[in-house]
Design a protein around this ligand. Sequence first.
Ligand SMILES: Nc1ncnc2c1ncn2[C@@H]1O[C@H](COP(=O)(O)OP(=O)(O)OP(=O)(O)O)[C@@H](O)[C@H]1O
Ligand SMILES: [Mg+2]
Length: 324
Amino acid sequence: MSTLLEVRGLNTVYRTTEGQIRAVDGVDLSVGRGEILGVVGESGSGKTTLATSLMRLIKPPGRILKGGEMLLDGEDLFRLPRSEMPARRGRDLALIPQSAMHALNPVIPVDKQVAEAITTHGEASRKAALRTARERLVEVGIPPERHSAYPHELSGGMRQRCVIAMAIVNEPKLVIADEPVSGLDVVVQARILRLISDLKESRSLSMMLVSHDLPTVTRVCDRIAVMYAGRIVETGEARTVFEKPLHPYTRALVEAVPRVRGPKQDLQSIPGDPPDLHHLPPGCNFEPRCPAAFADCKTVDPSLEEVEPGRKVACLLYHDDERE
Ligand SMILES: Nc1ncnc2c1ncn2[C@@H]1O[C@H](COP(=O)(O)OP(=O)(O)OP(=O)(O)O)[C@@H](O)[C@H]1O
Ligand SMILES: [Mg+2]
């Protein structure tokens, strides 16, 4: 599979009253053509900051540090003049923002809103744009009789389908979806994930899918990147990461999942508190919460290293050469 997106050395910081925090800390990642990469982590791990950084939509007090690269089809979008980005958004790469289905304009029918995503780019006539918008709405499962509905007349699942139609309407190379199924009940979540899988097949969709829910995204993703405190701590093929997690944090994410089969168990939450980005520990960021930590973890900050082909982990348990 050829590489569509290649991100290297991405750092995004926020200035706060207590000082600067690094919400995205030296992230490298790639998405292949026709591939879905899942980005998974707890609340505050930096997923939205990563997604927004890739769109170059970070606003003060946030800032992307110089030196990172974001190659889309070989072109470094971080080097483009800022003024060129609006023309690229929606076309080169489209974002489905977190809670997008609640952010649809309440006073405009959904077909017109999807059409607006086309006319913003200025080339299509209103009539042609509306026709394309309706075709996309049918493609995502909204029947024609609902096209002129206002958002409040549609269910949450239907609204999320509209948001997905809006994201694909300009045929972007990459779709970045930030928590596209959170806030929906499990049956609707499954339907939306099925739609995403179907679009991947029918359109060779390339996507970065952000979620706090590892098992849910495992179903549709090809690969997973697990984030903790702004860093990627494990990446690999989705099913392998879920079935054989290596990093103790990934293991905790898997164990936090309620089991439907087998003996009844109490729901495990991940022990300890999420990290305070203002006061990160000197060694591994996960060390204070890690059940497998040993002495070196307090002083050595592990890098993300390949431990098997296609599998990277930032944990001293797997890095003999980094132990002191
Ligand atoms: N505008 C901001 N100003 C200051 N700090 C921010 C801002 N936005 C995010 N942060 C901080 O950056 C870190 C990463 O936040 P981010 O929203 O990217 O996480 P997330 O993984 O998307 O979380 P969630 O699952 O809750 O959506 C957090 O510590 C958060 O408090
Ligand atoms: Mg978020």
